[in-house]
Design a protein around this ligand. Sequence first.
Ligand code: NA7
Length: 563
Amino acid sequence: MESNNVDVMVVGAGFGGLRALHALRRFGKSVQVIEASDDVGGVWYHNGYPGARCDVESYDYSYSFSAELEQEWVWSERYATQPEILRYINHVVERFDLRKHIRFQCALLRAQYDAKAARWRIQCSDGSQWSAQFLLMAVGQLSAPKSPNYPGLNRFGGQVIHSAVWPKEPVDFTGKRVAIIGTGSSGMQMTPVIAQKAAHLTVFQRTPNYSVPASNAPISAEEDRQVKANYRQRRDQAWNSPTGLGFTPGKKSALEATPEERDQVYEAAWHRLGFGFALSYFDILLNKAANDTAAEFIRKKIASVIDKPELRDKLIPRDHAFAARRPSVDSGYFQAFNRDNVELADVREFPIVEFTAKGIRTQDKDHEFDIIIFATGFDAFTGSLLKPEIVGRHGMTLKQKWSAGPVTQLGIGTSGFPNLFVLVGPGSPSLLSNVMVSIEEQSDWLANMIDHMGRHGVAEVEVTEMAEQAWVAHVNARAHETLYLTADSYYNGAEVAGKPRVFMPYSGGVRGYRRLLHKCAENGYEGFELRDKPLALHGQAVNAGAKSTSVATADLQPTPVGA
Ligand code: NA7
């Protein structure tokens, strides 16, 4: 088993795991990446549905660690499609020679912390066993697909597909009767594309969703030249913004502007900013009255493109504040309902009763389908993290420890689980931002910490209970400043029945988060205990000077997300 000893075991070969691998290799660490599927890309490998696209601009949703990579890669569209992103990921893997460190079709089954050796003992689905000083979970936040278990599901004679487990062979919709269940980003992106091919498309909607047009366009050679000439500046802007997007958010309150000014600002954002529309004014996500101005603008826009009056009321979102749940960035979703072959089935009005041999029975009628697509989302944030059995120092599993919701220090680690790290997990900005920014920030920070430990003879690092309690309090305090808690969403565990209802991402923005990470490291990794020997062997803390909580009182003072 000697060859199965590594410094770091990274779980997942998506954007996060690959970036962590690269960062750790720079410090000369031996790293093994394990990946459950048969290729790299994570969610971008699996979500191959028609119309799948990133809702962050290509130039921002890409790695910044190599200026050469930035300069040589040419994005074809403002919002890259899934195949293009996958090509980019494969390019990075080959260019930096990462593939040789990845073992495919190898899922983490169990990891147990050996408290005396200060190492993780790891068992995988392919029978392999490993020993690693550090275990780094890079399993993604939206990677455990969720399908409602309708009665009669097995009775249906046609094809059933989940958007996040899309078949690798092409699916031909020509002349087919198709159902899409779910109107989040996946459902909204695939609707206009499938509508063009299918004989008939029925979209089953539970909650009408806000959406802003992607205003997608090909990138001209001139635009590419301009972005690349100022790439550092663009990155700086993203790193120092609340959401990691490459533009300056509005600094004014929506309530200070006159209705005419607001309309102008919203109109310009509508045609250019996509997801960034939510940052046109700093208080859209903080103040209901400010939010109402944006929501009302969007409602009018949606109404203006829907030809059938009876559909307007059903498709227009009214039951939650704009962006309190994740809005979509679409390319012709609402317009697709103007086609004769597209129908809306409102499951709030007529719920799905069961699946039949030929399709779906709702309370009002029988629908017949050849293909049914679940675009029903994920067990977000913790779904994939809690799937393997991860057993910490006291024999407690991570699932037990987090039974009332995830508890972390800076979203990175949790007490009782030494030498275990989570990349862009709960407690970090992750899905409330351009996740690429947090992936890079955390990967470099963790690689530096691991290097620091190696150079200072540290065997074990563990979050203190005090620090994680302070961080959870801080995450909650920041969430309470916003409108996020006013809606049921996957941000707060509402997407899975029985899941703890806690707000999971960090809403303090990527800039604030980055500062806290840096401060933590500068203060000797405050909130983490670094030990020369494992605690089980009476180890001494080597960062004894550091305070045991990571969040100073000043940082707990609320400041607006968009400030
Ligand atoms: P989302 O955004 O979680 O959307 C899932 C959709 O599926 C949403 O409209 C749900 O309705 C709907 N859903 C879930 N269960 C059901 C049942 N039982 N019946 C009817 N409808 C249901 O996932 P996506 O894959 O679209 O997007 C994920 C992320 O990818 C997105 O946020 C971006 O970050 C990119 P609900 O709203 O819960 O009523």
